[in-house]
Design a protein around this ligand. Sequence first.
Ligand SMILES: Nc1nc2c(ncn2[C@@H]2O[C@H](COP(=O)(O)OP(=O)(O)OP(=O)(O)O)[C@@H](O)[C@H]2O)c(=O)[nH]1
Ligand SMILES: [Mg+2]
Length: 332
Amino acid sequence: MPANLTPQYYVAEEAYRKATTVEEKIEALQEMLAVIPKHKGTEKIQGNLRRRLSKLREAGDKKTQTASYNPFYIEKQGAGQVILVGYPNTGKSSLVAALTRAQPKIAAFPFTTNLPLAGMMPYKDILIQLVDTPPLSAEGAPPELLNTLRGGDLLLIILDVSSDECLEQIDGTLSFLQEKKVIKKTSGKTDTADSTPDNIKYIPYLIVANKCDLPPSKENIDVLQELWPALPLLNVSAAEKTKLNLLKEEIYTGLDIIRVYTKAPGGQPDLQTPFVLKKGGTVLDLAYNIHRDFPELFKNARVWGSAKFEGQTVAREYILVEGDIVEINITG
Ligand SMILES: Nc1nc2c(ncn2[C@@H]2O[C@H](COP(=O)(O)OP(=O)(O)OP(=O)(O)O)[C@@H](O)[C@H]2O)c(=O)[nH]1
Ligand SMILES: [Mg+2]
């Protein structure tokens, strides 16, 4: 029996999808249950919503009972978590301030930042989370910082290329991250997060050469490139906001994700709010992202964009690409 879900239900579901806290999720689930048409065709979905609601309530209760605040744990938000890492005074906080609305402390002396701080960077129609961190140094890093770094989807290694110490900065940062098995021992840009037989999940990274507005940077970049010809350096200036759009593009590419859009059966596509999938994601991955019940109730899907013809019916294993519009039909 078809579920015939109403527009009010989809609105409530959208609120659920956008909810970032347990409280918001509980509120949205309650709304979904309140507006879902009550008939045989939606019984499964209702049951699932109730189960999810009670799990969230339990989780919420436990959280309030046992919550111990860990400032080095940054909850993921948005399309990906990108962590800025590097030696002191290289401009990590300045870059986060230039690219997001966060206001980290910035100062001309080292070790200004002592705790991670997150901000959201708008990129096209999505938001990407940037995390400012306390610096690494020749002596290492705060031990808790390693867990923060290992949780990221992409690292930005920040160098101050106006400094004579930029060679030490790059050498020190790469060796430290490699030794701690946060990144793989190869040139980074094209690395994707993957698993080795030891089950280590390496984090991909980009190298950002900051403070390019200052005169010594040109010479230092030449030296860096001579020593490491394959080094994928991105030259920017946080102070003058130079090449920040290019940096955003590289961050998006480095996250290895795609944006796909959805359309309700018989309705118009929603081109405002994309779903974000890992590159290579399938219709089934999308269905899972939309609603946990969707894979179970999946009947078929139609795709506009990458399919051979517009609106072609595809199977659940169909691999989506950037910009596809997908209509998923479910059974009740
Ligand atoms: N000229 C110039 N100065 C910059 C640039 N980016 C940052 N700075 C300056 O460099 C100094 C350090 O910047 P921060 O952003 O605090 O550096 P940080 O890497 O967060 O430093 P820690 O928190 O100590 O690790 C500040 O005086 C900034 O104004 C840049 O692109 N050009
Ligand atoms: Mg800082």
